[in-house]
Design a protein around this ligand. Structure first.
Ligand SMILES: Nc1nc2c(c(=O)[nH]1)N[C@H]1C(S)=C(S)[C@@H](COP(=O)(O)OP(=O)(O)OC[C@H]3O[C@@H](n4cnc5c(=O)[nH]c(N)nc54)[C@H](O)[C@@H]3O)O[C@H]1N2
Ligand SMILES: Nc1nc2c(c(=O)[nH]1)N[C@H]1C(S)=C(S)[C@@H](COP(=O)(O)OP(=O)(O)OC[C@H]3O[C@@H](n4cnc5c(=O)[nH]c(N)nc54)[C@H](O)[C@@H]3O)O[C@H]1N2
Ligand SMILES: [Mo]
Length: 706
């Protein structure tokens, strides 16, 4: 049972204003309402840090436009006419439609979905697996899951930075952790590590806040990270700066890998990446010779056609320099034994034969190995019944129209092609406006949960409920638990949500009431585990040459290919789209497409911004603050110019997540006018194994808006 919150009390919890969560906070409650947040100085991951998104969340929590009741569409889709219905009606309708599609077209014709990592996804998979659909649509094809998938294929979990044992050198590689703070680790841990004197190298096309203080800033051309990593490793091997003992004892395929490195002489790497060779050599030497050194990478590296090659090259770089699973390097952490969400997800309950129907499973084999799909396979199935007809999409916490590539295609599909669309969200959005059924989700302040950071640090926290839900909002877990029962899987769901928390905690000998009183559970990290158990690969070692990748029809060794749109394209194309475009470098005030409703946060960042070099702007007659049009072969959007010397004159960088809650949500042209995914593509040449899309390093033009 949840505890009654006394007026004027504080509740210790974990801020999830950033979906990934979070910073330890004390929420102050006065007369039943949260009034402020105080930092939890004892929190071992956030260490007393919180940001303005916590405060801004108060605007969201009590915002008059929050979704508070289930709603059914009346009239045409996207017309904005709704009928309030009861929860029982809503869930009965949803379950009936799902069962109807299953009976008529197979369970695979229903696609479930979720957005970025939140703490209820295991419930989505539990429902999907029992229901019988292998298809769950997520952003995992180009966000973090590629790292997880390739690490798995190499026989390990993803190696993450161990800030607690103070790296002496950190590379921030396509990761801007002071801004994208809640991702994997907290920015505060990087900040403390630097204050303590660690050397710092930044690999980023943009001069981020720390770049001036960093020892080295490599301003590479977007989407060329794989080539840069290969170039650095060539230096490290040529100069014999690598950990020979590690290579000899714990790896296979090194010879073939070294042969591949010969394709990356510095002259070529310099030409591909635009990074002067002296800097490549300097970065390689510093990283290889400063011990321990940590490599913090982000989606800057993954959101392009070279995604998996960059990811595996970076893992090899860590391993080659003796920084894998050592204190202060990149460590393979674990959760407390037994607390695994994978088991809760019941992948073993997916009926026989259904896994083979995973959309895109025969093409994007690495994605399929961890049950992830790239969106175009779902759109193709809806639009062309290829390889079969998808009829329904049931999505939790995902603003599909904003976050998915090629938004105009997504709009057309959701509005005109999809038979049934249900969306569960905290707010009405341009996406929920296209749904047939809308379910109101409770916020993180309104329910208890077990927070495991989904990026494993070895910590698991109780995330305590602070206030009762507004209106009839329900937390996603409760909704999914009820949906599971409505679908007829009573055996696997619970009468009471708290029983599901008890179920998860049972292997550690606790129930929720006991767990909620604890600060956290922690598994002490163990280091150099490969010395005892090897790697979980066929060879028991870390393979530089991935046989399985070859068998799937991909390159067994990392390499580099030019993005489908790049400065190397034919002159007619370059004339129209001369600038390299980055979409979606993170914004401090906002998380994804959220928070635009908060006056407090919006005040200091009211408009969508595109970063342009002053020279590039001048040549186009653009002044700081002007509205400009950004155009790609998919369409055109309108942003405000932010001039900065911190970007290459050949590159521009536009924010993602923009829509306008203050404007009519059913006015699709207004809502798409600053949606950067109008410019990105969902298909064409993608990362071969994962289907990662080109969100960084595509081509565009920028012109003044008259
Ligand atoms: N061009 C471009 N596109 C990108 C990216 C990029 O860098 N560039 N980044 C990509 C990445 S890395 C990711 S992870 C995705 C993110 O993809 P999504 O997670 O789909 O992103 P959001 O648009 O933020 O949608 C989140 C929605 O969840 C709602 N919400 C918030 N909390 C809750 C809750 O507790 N329950 C429910 N039911 N709803 C909630 C919010 O109101 C919001 O509408 O976007 C991807 N898209
Ligand atoms: N404030 C805030 N925090 C967030 C989010 C948010 O929306 N707002 N979103 C969350 C999510 S879903 C995610 S996935 C993470 C992402 O967080 P990060 O992994 O840090 O990703 P980004 O901010 O997209 O990009 C990081 C840096 O990569 C650079 N970059 C762009 N293209 C390239 C390239 O081709 N190569 C290299 N090396 N660098 C490149 C960008 O300039 C940027 O400075 O942040 C999470 N945290
Ligand atoms: Mo993400």
């Amino acid at each position: 049972m949840s505890k009654k919150i006394e007026s004027g009390s504080t509740v210790r919890t974990i801020c999830r204003s950033c979906g990934h969560g979070g910073c330890g906070v004390y929420a102050v409650v006065e007369e039943g309402k949260v009034t402020k947040f105080l930092p939890d100085k004892e929190h071992p991951v956030s260490k007393g840090y919180t940001c303005k998104k916590a405060h801004g969340f108060l605007d969201l929590q009590y915002h008059p436009e929050r979704l508070l009741y289930p709603q059914k569409r009346i009239g045409a889709r996207g017309e904005g006419r709704w009928e309030r219905i009861s929860w029982d009606e809503a869930l009965t309708l949803l379950a009936d439609r799902m069962n109807q599609f299953k009976a008529e077209s197979g369970a695979e014709s229903v696609v479930l979905g979720h957005g970025t990592g939140r703490d209820f996804h295991h419930f989505v998979y539990r429902v999907a697996n029992l229901f019988g659909t292998p298809n769950v649509l997520t952003p995992g094809h180009m966000c973090y899951l590629p790292r997880i998938a390739i690490s798995k294929l190499m026989g390990m979990e993803i190696p993450m930075v161990d800030y607690d044992n103070r790296p002496q050198c950190v590379i921030s590689w396509g990761a801007n952790h002071l801004i994208s703070n809640p991702d994997e680790n907290k920015g505060i841990n990087l900040a403390h590590t630097l204050t303590d004197g660690a050397r710092h190298i930044i690999i980023d096309p943009r001069r981020t806040k720390l770049a001036d203080r960093a020892e080295l800033w490599l301003q590479l051309r977007p989407a060329t990270d794989a080539a840069l990593a290969m170039g650095m490793m060539k230096v490290i091997v040529d100069e014999e700066l690598y950990d020979k003992e590690f290579v000899e004892k714990y790896t296979t395929g090194f010879d073939r890998f070294v042969e591949r490195l010969q394709q990356f002489p510095l002259s070529r790497v310099e030409q591909i990446t635009w990074v002067p060779r002296e800097k490549i050599v300097a970065a390689a030497r510093i990283y290889a010779t400063t011990k321990p050194a940590a490599l913090q990478w982000g989606v800057g590296v993954e959101q392009n056609v070279n995604c998996v090659d960059a990811d595996r090259a970076l893992i090899y770089l860590v391993a080659l320099t003796g920084n894998l699973d050592v204190p202060g390097g990149n460590v393979i952490f674990g959760l407390p034994p037994g607390l695994t969400r994978a088991e809760f997800s019941l992948f073993d309950k997916l009926p026989p034969g259904q896994q083979a129907k995973l959309l895109g499973g025969d093409k994007y084999r690495l994605g399929a190995s961890i049950n992830r799909i790239t969106p175009h396979v779902v759109w193709d199935a809806i639009e062309h019944a290829q390889p079969y007809q998808v009829r329904a999409l049931v999505v939790f916490a995902s603003n599909q129209l904003n976050a998915r590539e090629n938004s105009r295609r997504v709009y057309d599909i959701l509005k005109n092609k999809l038979e049934f669309f249900a969306a569960c969200d905290v707010f009405p959005t341009p996406t929920t406006e296209l749904a047939d059924l809308v379910l109101p989700a409770a916020t993180w302040l309104e329910h208890d949960n077990i927070a495991d950071y989904w990026k494993v640090h070895g910590y698991v926290f109780p995330r305590n409920k602070v206030v009762e839900p507004e209106g009839e909002a329900r937390c996603d877990h409760v909704i999914l638990n009820e949906l599971g029962r409505k679908l007829g899987f009573d055996e696997y769901f619970w009468n009471d949500y708290y029983a599901s928390l008890d179920h998860i905690l049972e292997p550690v000998g606790l129930d929720w009431e006991q767990f909620r009183e604890l600060p956290y559970l922690q598994t002490e990290p163990e280091f150099r585990k490969y010395e005892r158990g090897g790697f979980k690969s066929k060879s028991g070692k870390l393979d530089f040459y991935l046989e399985q990748y070859g068998e799937w029809g991909y390159d067994p060794l990392p390499g580099y290919i030019e993005p489908p749109e790049s400065p190397a394209r034919e002159p007619e194309f370059i004339e129209k789209y001369p600038l390299v475009l980055i979409t979606g470098a993170r914004i401090f005030n906002y998380f994804g497409s959220e928070h635009r409703q908060s006056d407090y946060l919006r005040k200091s960042h009211p408009d969508p911004l595109v970063e342009i070099h002053p020279e590039t702007a001048r040549a186009r007659g653009i002044a700081a603050g002007d509205w400009v049009a950004i155009e790609s072969p998919r369409g055109k959007v309108r942003f405000r110019a932010k001039l900065t010397e911190g970007i290459d004159p050949r590159v521009v960088s536009a924010e993602f997540g923009w829509w306008f809650p203050e404007q009519d949500r059913t006015d699709s042209e207004a809502q798409l006018s600053a949606n950067i995914n109008v410019l990105t593509d969902d298909a064409g040449l993608l990362d071969p194994g994962m289907g990662a899309t080109n969100l960084k390093g595509l081509m565009c033009n920028v012109t003044p808006v008259t």
